[in-house]
Design a protein around this ligand. Structure first.
Ligand SMILES: N[C@H](CCC[C@H](N)C(=O)O)C(=O)O
Length: 261
């Protein structure tokens, strides 16, 4: 079966997008892995289905490049909003459903602004913090992100205690001012460094504020693939809400993929 696809990227985190409002896309792990393969397939960090939803504009279904469905993808969420706009499904505002619930988003001169799930708790350990921004994130602060062996050190943490097979995404963060930081991320399910990770960027900003390393609630983030901004509020019960991930989300090219039913 030939299926049209549309390649999008958000700060270098790239995705194969499929308009699956007919809900006929074969959700087959091996075929999705092959589509995401950078030599034998289209090549992407993940594949995203846009499906109809009863109560909101559309539904997002996310698969990592290992072919397995996974938790929330922040950059993928920003890219599907751009995709929905390009399909004339929405104008410049939307509300859609993802695996972690409802998300608002706005398209404007900043690119796409995506409202992220609330973060009720941040766990603070001796050498790292852990929180879930729609996906699980291990955050370590380092002097210089360019000195980190992200792939090997990230893999060790991702598969080590207490994460094991389920794993976590692993972020190395360098504070560059009281309202800016640099980040590099090892992504679970891609099993490599990606050029940006939206839920990771969000987690890094919240962890930096929680650890007293930044003092503002609007933070500029430099990822390997581009610049993003995170805005948030800390609430009276110690959690975080009204969290927005802001940055570019662009169409790259389209084509057709051959799939076995
Ligand atoms: N690899 C992540 C999901 C995608 C996260 C990332 N691409 C983002 O932009 O948030 C996981 O399995 O937890």
């Amino acid at each position: 079966m030939k299926i049209p696809f549309f390649k999008y990227q958000g700060a270098g985190n790239d995705f194969v997008m499929v308009d699956d409002r007919t809900e006929t896309f074969p959700q087959d792990e091996k075929q999705i892995e092959m589509i995401c393969d950078r030599h034998f397939g289209v090549g992407a960090d993940g594949l995203i289905l846009l499906q109809n939803d009863d109560i909101s504009d559309f539904k997002m279904v996310y698969f990592n490049s290992d072919g397995r469905q996974s938790t929330m993808c922040g950059n993928g969420g920003r890219c599907i909003v751009r995709f929905a706009h390009d399909l004339d499904l929405i104008q410049d505002k939307t509300v859609f459903q993802a695996i972690d619930g409802e998300h608002e988003a706005i398209l404007n001169e900043n690119g796409v602004e995506l409202k992220m799930s609330n973060v009720p708790e941040v766990q603070n350990f001796e050498n790292h913090l852990f929180l879930n921004t729609g996906s699980p994130h291990h955050i370590e602060f380092v002097q210089k992100v360019e000195d980190v062996d992200v792939k090997n050190h990230g893999k060790q943490i991702r598969y080590g205690a207490p994460y094991f097979e389920d794993g976590s995404n692993v972020n190395f963060v360098e504070i560059t001012s009281e309202n800016s930081l640099k980040i590099r991320t090892y992504e679970r399910g891609v099993e490599d460094e990606t050029l940006a990770c939206g839920t990771g960027i969000t987690a890094a900003v919240i962890a930096a504020f929680e650890a007293g390393k930044i003092s503002t609630s609007e933070v500029n983030v430099s990822a390997m693939g581009g610049e993003l901004k995170v805005k948030f509020e800390k609430n009276l019960s110690g959690g975080y809400e009204n969290i927005w991930l802001i940055g570019p989300a662009e169409y790259v090219f389209g084509g057709e993929i051959e799939m076995k039913i």
